[in-house]
Design a binder for this molecule. Sequence first.
Ligand code: HEC
Ligand code: HEC
Ligand code: HEC
Ligand code: HEC
Ligand code: HEC
Length: 396
Amino acid sequence: MRYFLLCIFGASLLHSATVVKVDKMFAKSSKCKSCHLPIVNEWKNSWHSKSHYKNDEYLRKSIDYVSKKSRKSLNGVKIDCATCHNPRVAVTSSGMDYEIDALMGLDKDSKVNKALASDAISEGINCVVCHNIDKIHKKKPESIRGINRIEWTKSGLMSGPYKDAHSPYHKVQYRDFMSKDSNNLCFVCHANDRSIKKLTFINMKKEFAGSKKLCVECHMGKKKLGVASTLKIDHGKAKKRKIRVHSFKGAHFEDMVKDSLALEVKQNKATLMIILKNKLPHNVPSGFGSREVVIDLVYFSKTKILKKESISLTRHYTDRRKRPTIAHLAKKQSKDMSIKAYSQKVLKVKAFKGANMLKVILSYRLVNDEVRDLLKLQDPIWSQKMPISHTTIKLN
Ligand code: HEC
Ligand code: HEC
Ligand code: HEC
Ligand code: HEC
Ligand code: HEC
């Protein structure tokens, strides 16, 4: 028994993250503004900046729900999720001792509570998350992600895409994962998200296999001429550089969602074929579990609406008692209904008798009905249908 315990302990040490304290000069994005203002503003608009209990309703209510249902302390769950959501947290695992203290109300002055209350992590995935990564471990098991897969630079040393940069404010170093291999950076967190029952409900790295595309081509845009820093370091002017935009726009933005699927509808006698083509190198929907693609069918006879029908492409999760739950608590998940990377899906439906026209509206929703209900999400962004495409065909 003792040997067994030692083994577990040893293994967890092997994969646990080393914390490096970030100096006040670098901890918040406001410190970068005087020389990188456009980048700071772009990033502020992204969901990387909202990745904190306070700033994302969906994340907050999911954390509350996991804590309630798993009977783990709220802060214990926050620490688990911080692995990817708040990587600069000063304590990276809470442990049984903390759970007992929390249960007895003795956790007020604990390291865990202090670490979680720190203003330094309030910005979620900020500049000193990505730009303070020194090394990404390639050989660790695939399930080891976020802070447990990387090593930090010393505070004040920024990893970046240039081999010849100099800054009066901080040290710099070039890293492949900031330029030609930047997918490795994204995969630190965008892969292998697992439930407490070790069910992998999302793995972008796997979906992406085979594609040579860079995530940043779409999520930070093509490289354009601009300035990396507004500081006048080049003969009295800011230095011209090839740069990208720090927008990290994804499924929360209508203009992105529009680009995801092509829609075509064909009729073959009484059968309608709805053809969805995924133009992207990852699945749609993808990312976090419980996202949804919705297909609304509206049948007309001349201008009169005869019938409305809705098809949902999403995933459902169940706990050990087979009750509906959220991805993080799931023991089992329903069939994957997403449209695979660079593939097409054909849905067949029976045409409604008597109709002479059909309108098909394709849209995207961030959270399906089931999980919105379970978590009681309020903000309209979670239920809103974002348009992807629509088409109308005459029926015969
Ligand atoms: C999610 C990771 C991530 C975060 C967060 C992030 N960056 Fe970057 N940054 C990158 C990547 C990747 C590149 C390189 C893109 C390329 O050239 O292919 C980059 C490039 C840069 C560059 C070089 C010029 C350019 O725009 O290409 C600067 C300067 C920079 N980042 C500063 C910042 C600052 C300041 C913040 C915080 C407001 C920040 N970054 C947040 C990933 C990140
Ligand atoms: C006093 C001005 C100043 C401040 C403040 C500043 N930087 Fe910079 N930074 C620069 C200059 C100058 C460069 C080099 C630009 C170039 O060579 O085109 C640079 C380059 C970078 C690069 C690219 C490095 C490379 O080798 O590719 C990153 C990343 C970066 N800064 C991040 C940050 C972050 C994060 C902060 C805030 C914590 C910050 N900087 C604050 C002036 C500043
Ligand atoms: C430290 C972990 C981490 C790294 C590294 C990281 N991300 Fe993220 N990313 C996240 C988390 C967590 C979220 C969700 C935040 C939220 O919504 O609260 C997110 C959100 C996003 C979104 C928004 C998705 C949506 O649904 O709108 C995009 C796009 C994205 N990341 C792209 C990237 C790209 C591209 C890279 C690599 C350059 C990258 N990320 C690197 C953790 C990370
Ligand atoms: C060819 C352009 C393209 C490339 C390359 C690309 N994406 Fe996307 N991605 C999109 C578009 C468009 C969306 C919005 C539609 C959607 O959500 O499916 C999106 C959505 C996302 C989302 C939100 C997904 C969801 O359904 O919640 C995440 C997270 C994301 N991308 C991460 C990545 C990562 C990580 C990579 C690299 C491994 C990557 N993307 C490569 C275009 C791209
Ligand atoms: C392995 C890294 C990782 C861990 C650990 C992790 N997440 Fe995430 N999470 C992500 C990434 C990456 C995204 C962005 C995917 C997307 O937006 O489609 C995300 C997105 C989310 C979202 C969607 C947010 C939004 O605005 O739409 C929720 C909710 C969420 N995570 C909850 C949690 C909870 C609760 C935990 C802890 C029990 C947790 N996550 C742990 C990587 C992780």
